[in-house]
Design a protein around this ligand. Structure first.
Ligand SMILES: CC(C)(COP(=O)(O)OP(=O)(O)OC[C@H]1O[C@@H](n2cnc3c(N)ncnc32)[C@H](O)[C@@H]1OP(=O)(O)O)[C@@H](O)C(=O)NCCC(=O)NCCS
Length: 200
């Protein structure tokens, strides 16, 4: 069978609509609410085993194709055993779902002393942007959870190679800090060269 002319032709309707809206190709698209299958259907729920494959299908293509990190699922022990790595003490792992399909993830690792490390913030490209609110919703869920549990700080690391990621955290209340200001228990990753903290 001949390949379709555009990659977007393979996307389901909800993704196509989000993609067009972001491109500005069809500025007169109705508001989100006018689409039966649009973002009202986005739900944020804690990890359970049935989302394991969906999580991998969001994170791996972003790591491998977008961030150019040649990493496999097996090389990420935290993703192989999410309950053990994240769903302990005050930690957790959430997925954003569009009709049960995983479109985003975020993890909180309890690093002791009422502090958490934010990790695995990934949103499928077609679901990014303020308008859809997926990334903001994941972050709000994580921050609300931390506050409810009396946590005092959230820390995270990222790379200066990804300016959109830094922008996202800065506009959502994180302040850049030096590596030396991280708590010793913070799990810094190899590529991280920018660090952020939020005081709760
Ligand atoms: C990080 C991520 C979850 C943020 O989600 P998002 O829906 O894109 O977030 P937002 O659209 O609210 O914010 C992104 C901001 O970066 C801006 N931006 C996009 N590309 C940019 C660039 N090249 N340089 C600077 N800013 C950029 C956007 O305009 C937006 O800012 P604005 O709201 O002021 O316009 C998402 O981009 C993602 O999944 N990225 C890939 C995975 C990743 O790198 N995760 C972090 C690993 S450390």
């Amino acid at each position: 069978m001949e390949a379709p002319p555009f990659e977007v032709a393979l996307l389901p309707t909800t993704e196509l609509v989000a993609f067009w809206r972001r491109l500005g190709t069809y500025p007169n698209l109705p508001d989100k609410g006018s689409f039966g299958e649009q973002p009202e259907s986005i739900e944020i729920v804690p990890f359970s085993a049935k989302y394991r494959e969906g999580i991998a299908s969001v994170i791996l293509p972003i790591q491998q194709s977008e961030l150019n990190i040649p990493i496999s699922l097996e090389a990420q022990p935290d993703l192989m055993d999410i309950p053990r790595y994240y769903q302990r003490d005050n930690g957790n792992f959430w997925v954003a779902l569009d009709k049960e399909r995983v479109v985003g993830t975020v993890a909180l690792q309890d690093i002791g002393q009422q502090q958490g490390a934010l990790r695995k913030m990934f949103v499928t490209r077609a679901y990014r942007g303020l308008e859809l609110g997926v990334s903001g919703g994941l972050l709000k869920t994580l921050v609300a959870w931390c506050r409810e549990r009396g946590m005092r700080w959230i820390f995270l690391g990222t790379s200066s190679k990804y300016p959109a990621v830094s922008r996202f955290y800065e506009k959502n209340g994180f302040k850049e800090i030096g590596r030396q200001e991280l708590p010793p228990s913070f799990p810094a990753m190899g590529l991280d060269d920018k660090f952020y903290a939020m005081k709760l």
